[in-house]
Design a protein around this ligand. Sequence first.
Ligand SMILES: [Zn+2]
Length: 291
Amino acid sequence: MSILSAIYLAVDGTKTEILLSDITATMYENKLKRNLYCPTENCPARIIFSGGKKAHFRTWRLDKHSSDCEFQFDRIPENIGVNTTGTINVEIPHSRRQKALQEAFRIMNLSEEDLKPHLGNSPIKPRNKKRTITIAKKNVTGAQLVLFEGEEYDHQLVKPRTYICKRFVDEIKEMDIGKIRLVMGYVVGIRSVGVVSEIQVGHNNQLITAVFEEAFISDRFNSSYVNKFWSIERLRKETGSIRFTGIGEIRKNAATKRMELAIYRGSDFKVDNIDMSNLASQFTIRDLKTK
Ligand SMILES: [Zn+2]
């Protein structure tokens, strides 16, 4: 849910509601900075204005909205991993995540189209490979397709916020570690780990393992996803090749040295563009009909 107005608290204690569209960078710098609050009544969260092509308000990184505030968002506790930053700030609205996943699936299809004439026995020529990457990049920078990470903390700077980028598995670099990314690839393996599974995702001979850990399992919003990973296995048996798109934190496992994508919400990943809990239901319904 995007914040469209903020309360300006003047030094004399007067409060004025200001619309996003009425703010300029200069005005923010000179007057409003550090004095903007969430528009919800009695909500203590402080608000940052960020100018640039797509001006927006967002919440101070460590501020919490009141429990009944519509702009409240989850801060998911970091679990076991090597990263000890404490919390991961997941400030991206659900609708935007879903849109990004849709878009990623479209990019994957596009890149397949692009490579199609060169599939088969002949190796893919570098020229065409390059073209695929260009398509992906273009979409990453497209204004309405980008995700915001909300990571900026330095209020001295009024600059466009850090983006969450889409990456094919083989485009993931060291610098992506610790960041939220939308990862695209194919399911190349799946291994059951209790009520969840680890999903190996590959692209151009590079691998990343999507992991679903304690924070995922214990989140009640994920209850319709635990114990449903069999559906991916089954889809794989039926279709052979499954496209994977998922939003999570990129990590490098210190023990195994493997790259991991830690996913925290069941709705944050798709297999062949299908939500896993829906996929499991589809199979269950189909089984009932054939009985
Ligand atoms: Zn609020």
